[in-house]
Design a protein around this ligand. Structure first.
Ligand code: F6P
Length: 357
């Protein structure tokens, strides 16, 4: 008999359900007796003992379903060791609930913050297996996270739609893509959608170079320009500020996001009409794309197999086209960013894409 706890934590994404289904299908097919405890709304469910007992049927028909059947929430790692508003020790509460239910292991699906807490629970002696989810694709230790490809499809669709209207009106269009810290989604959707300028957090931009590219296109007879801009795109000047100085500056920031600041600057400097489109949370929504369905199912199945072997303390990741187990202590607390000299950046530049750098 295996008693498995499961939870999804952090911002949701496509294929969370597909991944959980993969784990459960593998366990059920093994003929091992399993009990599944689904904790509601991420770590919150584990802290406050809010769970549902689930059977194989609960995971049937969810391969194509977006969101998460367990619900999710953000439980910041920064304050995980602080007592809650009622003085409850959150880490201790999670351990107590794990032991009370006599769990053999916890399967945790999440991104960066989630992995820090998962690793802490491992250090505290719990058996943990994790699965890498996030549209940001910024988890260390895996070349790919599920949710990413589905989000690339959605952001690319947004850029595709903008393309036709931008061409009709001869405007400059900014499409703001999710990603505060990393630019994987913006870079991939930008390239797939044929953006002319791609601004990502890893390569701070110079507004003069951005405007230079727009003018160059104009001089060459292109009436419109499309920019794919990450939420976390940052100017060269701002990138030089210390964390404290930057925070101070942001207190008086009058724009809803960087795209609107860029729009105003471009309009002033070029006289062109600029429009901003923000697909926002649509990028995390809807049905997972076929790639993610297969990918998440594979990772889920491998997680199930590890559970059957009683091997814990790993994230199931993907490296060099193979599914691998990565020790949690290697993953936690590290971000996978785009190196400014990465080959994909070089190739994008060879295609004429400007990074404003
Ligand atoms: O989960 C990752 C992510 O979608 C980021 O790309 C985005 O910046 C952030 O979450 C948005 O968070 P929230 O859903 O809390 O607004």
């Amino acid at each position: 008999m295996k008693r498995i706890g499961m939870l999804t934590s952090g911002g949701d994404c496509q294929a969370l359900n597909a991944a959980m289904r993969g784990v459960v299908k593998c366990l059920v097919n093994s003929k091992e007796n399993v009990e599944i405890y689904g904790f509601i709304d991420g770590y919150k469910g584990l802290i406050y003992g809010n769970f549902r007992m689930l059977g194989g049927h609960d995971f049937s028909g969810i391969l194509t379903k977006g969101g998460t059947i367990l619900g999710s929430s953000r439980t910041p790692f920064k304050t995980i060791k602080d007592p809650d508003e009622n003085g409850i020790d959150k880490v201790d509460a999670m351990k107590q609930n794990y032991y009370k239910l006599r769990l053999d292991c916890l399967v945790i699906l999440g991104g960066n913050g989630t992995h820090k807490t998962a690793n802490l629970l491992r250090e505290e002696g719990l058996n943990i297996i994790t699965l890498p989810k996030t549209i940001d694709n910024d988890l260390w230790g895996t070349d790919m996270t599920f949710g990413f490809q589905s989000a690339v499809n959605i952001a690319t669709d947004a850029i595709d739609c903008i393309h036709t209207t931008a061409a009709s009106h001869g405007r400059v269009f900014i499409v703001e893509v999710m990603g505060h810290k990393v630019g994987w989604l913006t870079l991939n959707a930008g390239m797939a959608g044929g953006a002319d300028i791609i601004l990502i957090p890893e390569i701070p931009y110079d507004i003069k170079k951005v405007v230079g590219k727009i003018q160059e296109r104009n001089d060459n007879g292109s009436k419109f320009t499309i920019l794919a801009v990450a939420e976390g795109a940052i100017s060269k000047e701002d990138a030089k500020l210390s964390k404290k100085e930057y925070k101070e500056k942001m207190k008086n920031y009058k724009f809803p996001s960087v795209s609107y600041e860029l729009a105003q600057q471009i309009e002033k400097m070029t006289g062109h009409e600029v429009r901003v489109t923000v697909p926002g949370h649509t990028q995390r929504g809807g049905s997972p794309c076929p790639y993610d369905r297969v990918f998440a199912s594979r990772l889920g199945a491998e997680a199930g197999e590890l559970i059957l072997k009683g091997e814990y303390g790993f994230m199931i990741g993907y490296r060099n086209r193979e599914v691998v187990k990565v020790p949690l202590e290697e993953v936690a607390g590290k971000l996978k960013m785009i190196a400014p000299d990465a080959s994909i950046v070089k190739e994008a530049k060879l295609l004429g894409i400007s990074f404003g750098g």
